[in-house]
Ligand binder design. Structure first.
Ligand SMILES: Nc1ncnc2c1ncn2[C@@H]1O[C@H](COP(=O)(O)OP(=O)(O)OP(=O)(O)O)[C@@H](O)[C@H]1O
Length: 254
């Protein structure tokens, strides 16, 4: 299997705090992988390093054979990487459709303003609109396309964020706590949806998640961090009885 994403001894420091300390991991094409670990373990920092929001002090990050640390952060969408955020990063006063269309501007020639404001002239704009609708349809939320995000149920907004990330047709999707704040039923549906994304669209997924049952039921491979370091990694079956993992979570059974 080919590694799509590789972190090789990545260290990130914030002043005197070492948030990541020589972390290494490999995500293979077509896998659903999870990054787990107690609060402050460095999971979000790892995501931020991959997304080029923070710069590692040392180490390498490679994506599809390219040195990601040499790429400009604005190029990530073009390279095929998309992400969602722990706290929804949607524009509340904009419609669902416009929020999804904004996700596409990084790849098209049509600018941000013309995408959002609907300036004329754009064959590309019409195609973008059609793509955004298709994504909303895929996520079963096409009926709220014209609604403002304000006031929509949290589970729906999570789907809007997913649709926005996917409208760029990424190869790798980074999901920061996708199950956070969802109801039991929403979590189950999300799991099915993510599996379909992998199976039907070939998208590789890396998620940061605290919901252990969700992680262990969904992932092909799991990486656990603790205090910014690699703790253990393996398939959910391999990790189920991991003493290190149980200890890291202070005795909480996983
Ligand atoms: N911008 C920052 N400035 C200073 N310290 C930071 C910054 N971001 C993260 N840290 C520190 O780095 C460490 C790792 O934080 P990080 O948010 O990556 O952990 P996490 O595993 O995602 O935690 P959680 O599960 O609570 O989201 C923590 O000690 C945190 O306080």
């Amino acid at each position: 299997m080919t590694a799509l994403l590789t972190l090789d001894h990545v260290t990130v420091r914030f002043g005197g705090v070492t948030a990541l300390d020589g972390v290494s991991l490999e995500v293979h094409e077509g896998q659903i992988c999870a990054l787990i670990g107690p609060n402050g373990a460095g999971k979000t920092t790892a995501f931020n390093a991959i997304s080029r929001l923070v710069r590692p002090a040392s180490g390498e990050i490679r994506f599809a054979g390219r040195d990601l640390l040499a790429a400009h952060p604005a190029d990530l969408a073009g390279l095929g990487i998309a992400r969602t955020f722990q706290n929804l990063a949607l524009w509340p006063g904009m419609t669902v459709l416009d929020n999804v269309m904004v996700g596409r501007h990084a790849r098209g020639r049509t600018g941000f303003a013309s995408s959002v404001l609907g300036w004329p002239g754009a064959k590309e704009d019409r195609e973008l609109r059609a793509r955004a609708y298709a994504m909303l349809d895929y996520f079963d939320i096409a009926d709220v396309a014209a609604r403002e995000c304000t006031g929509l149920p949290f589970g729906t907004l999570k789907r809007v964020e997913l649709a926005r990330a996917l409208v760029n047709e990424p190869r790798l999707l980074l999901l920061d706590e996708p199950a956070g704040g969802l109801t039991h039923g929403d979590v189950r549906e999300l799991g099915e949806l993510l599996r379909r994304l992998r199976d039907e669209r070939g998208i590789t997924l890396l998620l940061v998640e605290h919901h252990m049952q969700f992680v262990m039921g969904l992932s092909d491979y799991v990486f656990a961090l603790d205090f910014g370091r690699d703790l253990v990694s393996g398939t959910p079956a391999e990790l189920r009885d991991s003493a290190e993992l149980v200890e890291a979570y202070l005795g909480t059974p996983v």
